[in-house]
Design a protein around this ligand. Structure first.
Ligand code: FAD
Length: 379
């Protein structure tokens, strides 16, 4: 499995998937046929997570070629991501609590055995190695993995979410944190996802049989309640001279950037991250930025956090493509406070429109898909 790093290559991958494979997605998507046989899923998440391609253009290209009923599952999965992002935007404390929880959880021998792939459970050990080698896991496998981690190995879900973020090329604050919470049974309170031996056999095409796991565990209990807080993003019509782009918001409208004197891509090192990333993941992010720098042919530069901090000593006011709740926004908020910055956020109108539907469950969000698709002429 080879992941590309430029927008044009990512679009090629998307177009090939639309041409050859998306029509089988409805029936085949739940099977994990192994790292060398992934045509039943798109493997687009590393590009969508960095917004090298957006959810909306992906849906539009798919629906240009296929009627909704033939690709409904794929479109719904794409919008799961949008839903999760909106859900976290409306409840930012969930992210802060997750980061704070990690500060007090100890790494014991059981944890070390798990992350080194040295447990009694062969499929789990294989998935640990697959994750480290390919920086990707199939969706169903992520669910099975998380379930075994929490309910059979009895490890804290927060450490599993941290481990995924370290190694996944598509590591995403919202999709990852909330999916782990969902498996644990604290996202939909009292409803956990329990892996079953038959389920592992069936969806790995019988690669693993009679796996001994806890199939009856009760959900994790977390009494914290998260009330919805209105999304407040400071944006106005008047643009500044400089635009800042973090690595998880790489889609650029070329006409829009012409209004800026210069743009800066910012990539935080592990020094400034609460969740440390593997070298491979950081290198992948850097390659994506370098591809964009090559492609856009515009006055632009890559900054690490120290050069960015220096920049803010001279420029107190600039535009930032809104990086959403997560590592980049947390860093930026600390800097705004420390250096008294005045930020104008550039948001995407599609995000703002969709996120309002993340106030309840996905079923409710999904019922608004027709209005989302028609408002932005995606179908
Ligand atoms: C415990 C756990 C952790 C996860 N962590 C992440 C993460 O850090 N980043 C991430 O992008 N996804 C995450 N997911 C969701 C999902 O597993 C991946 O998006 C998907 O496996 C990516 O592979 P694909 O591109 O081949 O997906 P496809 O099945 O081809 O789906 C197409 C696109 O839809 C979106 N999508 C699909 N399923 C989901 C889902 N359940 N939730 C949100 N978006 C989805 C992705 O953008 C994906 O690229 C996680 C799921 C679980 C259970």
């Amino acid at each position: 499995m080879q992941f590309v790093t430029s927008r044009s290559e990512a679009l090629d991958k998307l177009n090939k998937f639309i041409e050859n494979d998306v029509s089988n997605y409805n029936t085949k998507r739940n099977f994990d046929f192994g790292a060398t046989n992934r045509s039943n899923v798109s493997c687009l998440s590393p590009y969508i997570t960095h917004r090298l391609i957006t959810e909306y253009e992906t849906a539009k290209l798919v629906l240009k070629k296929h009627p909704f009923q033939k690709v409904d599952k794929f479109i719904q999965e794409i919008f799961w991501r949008v839903y999760w992002k909106g859900w976290l935007e409306l409840r930012p404390k969930v992210w802060n609590d997750f980061i704070d929880d990690l500060k007090i959880i100890k790494e014991d021998d059981e944890y070390l055995k798990a992350i080194n792939g040295e447990t009694e459970i062969v499929c789990f050990n294989d998935w640990i190695n697959e994750l480290k080698n390919f920086n990707y896991l199939h969706n169903h496998t992520r669910m099975l993995f998380a379930s075994i981690w929490i309910f059979t190995l009895r490890l804290p879900w927060q450490k599993g979410a941290e481990f995924f973020m370290k190694h996944l090329y598509d590591g995403d604050a919202a999709s990852n944190t909330l999916s782990w919470r969902w498996v644990a049974g604290i996202q939909t309170k009292g409803k956990n996802y329990l892996a079953q031996s038959w389920n592992i056999s069936k969806f790995t095409n019988n690669k693993y049989k009679n796996v001994k796991i806890n199939e009856t565990a009760l959900p994790i209990i977390d009494k914290r309640e998260y009330k919805i807080s209105p999304i407040k993003i400071n944006n106005n019509e008047e643009l500044n001279k400089h635009l800042i782009i973090f690595e998880n918001e790489m889609f650029i409208n070329l006409n829009e950037i012409k209004k800026y004197k210069k743009i800066f891509f910012v990539l935080l090192s592990n020094e400034s991250r609460s969740l440390k990333l593997s070298k491979k993941v950081l290198d992948f992010k850097k390659s994506i930025i370098n591809s964009q720098l090559n492609d856009i042919k515009y006055e632009a530069e890559l900054l690490d956090e120290n050069s960015f901090i220096n920049f803010t000593l001279t420029f107190k006011s600039f535009d930032v493509i809104y990086p959403s709740i997560g590592e980049n926004l947390s860093f930026l908020k600390r800097l705004i406070k420390k250096n008294h910055l005045k930020i104008n956020y550039i948001t995407r109108k599609e995000d703002e429109f969709c996120w309002r539907f993340s106030n309840k469950g996905y079923f409710n969000f999904k019922s608004n898909l027709p209005i989302i698709l028609s408002t932005f002429k995606l179908n």
